[in-house]
Design a protein. Structure first.
Length: 341
């Protein structure tokens, strides 16, 4: 029975790899030489899809080798664990790009539908492209089910049993990370593509790429009041936004230049799990509470990388805060807050 389950895994993996290759050869590569999309738009649509195709071919070969071993020596779990770093980097990159790909699909839906149907896709052609680009997510979820089925038919004493259990946990974790990343990137795309209320200065797009973004709870200066904010980190500045009522949009709440910023982790203090503070000679203290340890570690890594690198110091202007009598770093003018009440 174990051999039958393994053969099912191999067969479905081959079919998946074949579907990806077909999409690439029949539609995506011809689309590249078509004039429907600009080079930038096509790059957004494609993402690292070619890398996914190549990897799946490699995985098929590895599983094929596993299936040749005697049933009591199969090492599917061990094989997948060895490849897990590649799974993680590749699928996280694909998930991070997917909202941008969907944006291209939405903006050029009519042209892409005509192109797909001219290439032989059944009507509506855009549906084939949309569902095909979502297949990596569906396959990622399928790995957990397939491995659980394999584990059910495996003796506890099988040499691969522990690795199968570890692989199931690893794929579940990767699924969660991918889902979170997709939601984060969708929100990021929404923020960057819609007007931000009370925004000051040049368009937010001029700041470059978002390095990291997450929802946090912050306390400013001597205030005890905690406020929900969305922090967006760029290479030169940290932007603070709040969500408007019913999440219909976002409002500018301030920014802190990276130059002169000092970041200190507070998680070693009891009751301050996933917490850090931002200070500096010209920066009023900001205490930041992250929603989870993963976000906290990412903020620590990215902020420390930026603040401890070469940076020129600059003086920061201060304006009044809406909720405290203390000063805040580069907050929007108080008169703008009338629109938020």
């Amino acid at each position: 029975m174990l051999c039958l389950v393994l053969q099912n895994i191999l067969d479905t993996e081959k079919e998946y790899a074949k579907e990806l290759q077909s999409l690439l050869v029949t539609y995506l590569r011809p689309l590249q030489s078509n004039n429907n999309l600009s080079t930038v738009e096509f790059t957004c649509l494609l993402g690292n899809f070619e890398e996914v195709c190549t990897f799946q071919q490699t995985l098929c070969q590895a599983l094929e080798e596993c299936s040749k071993s005697p049933e009591n020596q199969h090492k599917v779990g061990g094989c997948l664990l060895n490849l897990m770093p590649h799974f993680k980097s590749m699928y996280l990159a694909y998930c991070a790009n997917h909202p941008s790909a969907v944006n291209v699909l939405t903006q050029h839906s009519d042209d892409l539908e005509r192109f797909m149907e001219n290439q032989g896709a059944s009507s509506p052609g855009i549906l084939i492209l949309t569902t095909s680009l979502s297949k990596p997510f569906m396959r990622l979820e399928k790995y957990v089910t397939l491995l659980q089925e394999l584990e059910r038919h495996m003796e506890d004493t099988h040499p691969d049993h522990q690795d199968i259990l570890k692989a199931i946990i690893a794929f579940k974790s990767l699924m969660g990370q991918c889902q979170d990343l997709r939601k984060r990137k969708q929100l990021e795309l929404q923020i960057l593509s819609e007007p931000i209320q009370a925004w000051e200065g040049d368009d937010i797009k001029t700041l470059g790429n978002v390095i990291f973004m997450s929802q946090v709870v912050m306390q400013h200066g001597a205030c005890e009041e905690k406020e929900e904010r969305y922090f967006l980190l760029f290479s030169s500045v940290l932007i603070m936004l709040s969500a408007s009522p019913r999440m219909s949009g976002f409002m500018y709440q301030g920014k802190v230049p990276i130059a002169g910023m000092v970041v200190t982790r507070l998680d070693e203090i009891e009751g301050n799990d996933c917490t850090f503070e931002i200070t500096g000679s010209t920066v009023e203290r900001i205490v930041v509470h992250c929603n989870n340890n993963q976000d906290f570690q990412e903020w620590m890594e990215q902020l420390n990388r930026l603040t401890k690198g070469p940076a020129s110091c600059s003086s920061l202007s201060k304006t009044s805060s809406s909720s405290c009598s203390t000063h805040s770093v580069l907050l929007p003018w108080k008169r703008m807050l009338r629109f938020l009440r």
